[in-house]
Structure formats: C-alpha cells, structure tokens
Design a binder for this molecule. Structure first.
Ligand SMILES: Cc1cc2nc3c(=O)[nH]c(=O)nc-3n(C[C@H](O)[C@H](O)[C@H](O)COP(=O)(O)OP(=O)(O)OC[C@H]3O[C@@H](n4cnc5c(N)ncnc54)[C@H](O)[C@@H]3O)c2cc1C
Ligand code: FES
Length: 261
C-alpha cells in the first residue's frame, strides 16, 4: 500500500488487492480498523482502480476513530477489507451521444473519478468543495478531458468547480455551477451530502431526465443483514412490504425517482 495526504484531513490510500479485478465505479469496500474498540468496518468508496497493478484507490476524510487509524497506515502495512460491496453506478444508462453530467460534493467527490473513467459518452464534471482545498482536481480534469480534442476550449467545457466560500469557481454549490455554466445534461450522476442530492433529484424531476444518486448512511454489517442502513423508497419492497431499501446492498446508488430523500 501507499498513502499520501491530499489536503488537511483528506488521505489518498492505494491498496494492492485482488478485488481490483472486479471493482466497479460507485461500489465500496468496508475497511476494518485494527483497534478492537472500533468493531465495525468503515465503508469507503472506490475512487479509482488500477487493474494492471491490482490496486484500489480510496480517498477519505478523517471523521473519527476509524478513519484516524487509517490515516496512520504506511507503505508495507496491511489492512483487512471486505468487498467489493454495493451495486455501483449504472454506466450503461449513458448511451453514446448523450451528455452525462457528474456531480460530486465534498467527500462524495472521490467516486466520481472512477465513474468518469468508466463512461464512454461525453461527460461534464462539477466538483463542489467547502474552500480552495480542491482535492483530486487534476485527476478529475484529466478524466473529464480524456476523450476530448486537445484544445483549451474543449477542456474548458468539461470540468467546473464550485466552492462554498467562493475561493475557486462558482460561489455556492454544484447546482449553482450547473446553472451558471448552462450545462445541459441528458443524464445525471451524483454523490455528495443529502441536501445536494435532494437538489439534484428536484432538478432531474423538473427537467424530466434520469438521475442516479449515491446515498450515504451509517453502516454496521455492510452486507444487508442488520437493516442499519435503510432509506425510504417510493415503491414497496416485494418481500418485506415496506417502503425501505438497504443502502449497503440495494444501493448505495439509486435512481433518484425511486428514493424518498
Ligand atoms: C457507501 C459509503 C461510502 C463512503 N465513502 C466514503 C469515502 O469515499 N470517503 C470518506 O471519507 N468517507 C466515506 N464514507 C463515510 C465513512 O464511511 C465515514 O466517515 C466513516 O465510517 C467514519 O468512521 P470513523 O470511525 O472515522 O468515525 P466515527 O467515529 O464512526 O464517526 C465520526 C462522525 O462521523 C459520522 N459518520 C460516520 N459514518 C457516517 C456516514 N456513513 N455518513 C454520515 N456520517 C457518518 C458519525 O455520526 C460521527 O459524527 C462512506 C460511507 C458510505 C456509507
Ligand atoms: S449495514 Fe447492515 S443492512 Fe446495511
């Protein structure tokens, strides 16, 4: 493994694992802390996969005890992971000729990188941050521009930033940048905090376009057994007859119109 710090409290961890062969964008792994007082594994999204090297990239923010322990991992250490978990982003819904707009907010930015690399249609990425610590900025720009002709004009039409303090890009959130730059998605993919996902859902409903949202919830088992991570759905589950879905196994990615958020 190797690990670097990308910004204050944000870490970039590459782990060598056979799971790299099967991991798809939008899926996650559950990482076990060694400290036995933090019993449960911590879910972290796949930011990037390197199939040739057999490695997974995880980018995470230190939130508490578990992630603080991960931040101390060094080259040569090992860590136990469970995965790959969840359903991932449905890339096949973005057909050739469509314009896919990818929205990442805060610590929801990392999975957008592997998503961008997995989509073959035209894509535009908007990344939202609190301030000028725009981690993964170069990686996202490269992924957004990978299939574009090398002109600056083309590159300028593929990647935008929004910051809450206005220090870089549009002041405000990712939806502000979508409006300001007159982006016209045929399909939306998003990962970020709940208020952002609610705004994306509203926008998609108003425009009548499909949107796929990666939801986040505190998790315990990570494999569908404990019901600790349910979200409210519009339809009733065929087996349990309730308006619930498990984010860890039925998600974390849902079509926006299927979930009540
Ligand atoms: C599917 C999924 C993918 C995720 N991907 C990433 C990722 O790529 N990068 C990343 O930095 N984080 C990600 N997270 C969040 C990450 O799992 C939590 O930050 C982590 O579990 C916190 O563990 P901890 O022991 O450090 O903190 P804890 O001590 O467990 O918690 C610290 C604080 O964070 C809150 N918290 C813990 N887990 C969550 C959660 N899931 N959602 C909201 N608040 C939470 C707690 O309520 C508490 O206030 C993801 C979560 C899910 C469910
Ligand atoms: S975390 Fe246990 S069911 Fe999802």
């Amino acid at each position: 493994m190797r690990q670097t710090s990308l910004a204050e409290g944000i870490y970039d961890l590459w782990i060598r694992t056979d799971l790299a062969a099967e991991a798809r964008c939008g899926q996650f792994v559950a990482v076990y802390p060694k400290d036995k007082s933090t019993l449960l594994p911590r879910p972290i999204s796949i930011c990037e996969t390197d199939r040739q090297e057999g490695a997974l990239r995880l980018v995470y923010r230190v939130a508490g005890k578990g992630t603080a322990e991960f931040s101390r991992l060094k080259a040569g250490d090992s860590v136990q992971i469970l995965g790959v978990l969840g359903n991932g982003f449905p890339v096949e819904k973005a057909k050739p000729g469509m314009n896919a707009v990818l929205l990442g907010g805060g610590i929801g930015v990392p999975p957008i990188l592997e998503l961008a690399k997995s989509l073959s249609c035209r894509k535009q990425i908007v990344a939202g941050y609190r301030d000028g610590n725009c981690f993964l900025r170069e990686d996202l720009q490269r992924a957004a521009c990978a299939d574009l002709p090398g002109t600056e004009a083309a590159k300028g039409s593929a990647f935008w930033i929004a910051t809450e303090d206005g220090s870089v890009g549009t002041r405000g959130n990712v939806m502000g940048a979508v409006a300001q730059n007159d982006l016209r998605p045929d399909i939306l993919y998003a990962c970020g905090p709940l208020p952002m996902l609610r705004a994306v859902k509203r926008y998609a409903e108003e425009k009548g376009i499909p949107a796929y949202l990666s939801l986040e919830e505190r998790m315990a088992c990570g494999v569908g057994a404990c019901l600790g991570c349910v979200c409210r759905t519009v339809a009733v589950d065929a087996h349990s007859h309730v308006h619930h879905a498990r984010i860890c196994t039925d998600g974390p990615v849902f079509e926006a119109r299927e979930v009540d958020i």
